[in-house]
Ligand binder design. Sequence first.
Ligand code: FAD
Ligand code: UDP
Length: 391
Amino acid sequence: MSEYDVIVVGAGFSGAVLAERFAKIHDKKVLVLEQRSHVAGNCYDYKTEHGVTVHHYGPHLFHTNNEEVWQYLSQFTKWTPYEHKVLGSIDGNLVPIPFNLNTLDALYPKEQAQQIEALLIEQYGVDGKVPILELRKSSHVLLQQLGELVYQKFFVNYTSKQWGCSPEEISPAVTARVPVVISRDDRYFHDKYQAIPSEGYTQLITNILNHSNISVHLDTDATKLVALNMNDQRLFFNGQAFNGKLVFTGMLDELFDYLDGELPYRSLQFDFETLAQAQYQAATTVNYPNEHAYTRITEFKHILNQPTTHSTIVKEYPQDYDRFDPAKNVPYYPIFNQANQERFEQYKQRVQAFENVITAGRLADYKYYNMDDAVGNALKIFNRFTEQGAA
Ligand code: FAD
Ligand code: UDP
């Protein structure tokens, strides 16, 4: 092991960016361990035999306002511009999501829609955004009624499927990701940069990891190799003391063998279908808040505008995470509530006792990071580390 200075666990965005930074900027020899048979973490994509780029762990649409992240990633990929649009199946019609002034027009008689539009603009301003839980509490009776309608038709059943609970029982930040928008902008995201890596996320992350100082070992569960001695805060790798750094982007409860109990996650089952038809639906994603056991259907060929004769779609069925069940053992979404946060903090304190361990990513930070958050956070961690002269 003396040949490596840094061991990185996980080859998703977080692990790849930190591996690249240590290899390039600090000239460290880096070993990346990934338990899956591929790099790119949950952003892994591949092309089907019919030429459709499919996202294996659900649709991934890149968007960011973070200039540093955009510039950093642009070293490793060309981009294909793409602005995500989502339709919702509501009372048998397909209407734009997030709920905006066009959705209002589709669901209300003309005069009433105009009256509500004027009120929304007065209250929240042109181009304003308001989380559904806030709109529902509006003191204005018409806006409160609108909030109730949007809550009932768009949020309550979708959230119940996605999280197994009501919108009030999860962090308000979750439903605030999809606010009511006071404009006629039908885009799902409003960030400055919105684009897809032209050769896919797998190629982008392969490019990030493509450095002579980096070795990647796939199909390797690091928790079987890495040990943290809690008596003397020493690190061990493969039974031997390891004096380098460990960058860990997996689950903290797993790292500590569930000492303080399990950190709960929500999982998903993806049901892929390849159809002998050029197109299945009008938009990349159609949400089904009130029908079916799945939450949404995504048709991938729209993303890179691929002119294929066959089309691949995926239906997302939310489910509880269960580490012992191979059909449910991918931890997609941390579940935020106070008890879980407190448990996470216990693990965080344990890991902070180890000077040579850096944690990063959606799993290790137990946060609902988008891709740009994961990259931005990894860059921030590395920069802080460098500034502290801890190289
Ligand atoms: P991950 O991608 O989860 O990577 C962690 C890696 O560590 C994994 O490959 C895992 O196998 C590996 N690992 C864990 N434990 C071990 C171990 N013990 N040994 C070895 N390897 C280990 N973000 C967006 O910006 N836009 C979107 O449209 C979007 N859509 C999403 C849709 C879904 C369904 C989901 C679940 C997420 C979506 N995201 C989206 C979020 C995005 O997936 C994450 O921000 C990103 O993957 C975080 O990267 P990461 O490296 O932190 O984690
Ligand atoms: N949501 C909803 N109805 C929708 C879309 C979203 O209730 O039509 C809620 C739901 O709780 C979801 C959250 O808003 O988990 C965030 O949605 P987003 O599309 O950001 O979820 P992700 O793509 O991360 O799964």
